[in-house]
Ligand binder design. Structure first.
Ligand SMILES: [Zn+2]
Ligand SMILES: [Zn+2]
Length: 64
């Protein structure tokens, strides 16, 4: 499995409660399976400055 460290806490935690890292979008816990996300959920996440959705891995912030 690919190991990427982006500086987000998700990589350093011993127990990761989300599937995707909000900072770089890699899968940090592939045992967590989530369904689809509502657009409102992504909108809320975008406001909390997550680059990626932790549930589906969709990139929330465009550019760069
Ligand atoms: Zn990351
Ligand atoms: Zn999502």
């Amino acid at each position: 499995m690919l190991r990427v460290r982006c500086g987000n806490d998700n990589h350093g935690r011993s127990v990761v409660t989300v599937r995707f890292c909000s900072g770089c979008g890699v899968i940090v816990n592939d045992r967590i399976h989530t369904g689809g996300c509502a657009p409102e959920k992504h909108a809320r996440r975008r406001r909390t400055q997550s680059t990626y959705c932790v549930d589906c891995g969709t990139r929330l912030v465009q550019g760069r």
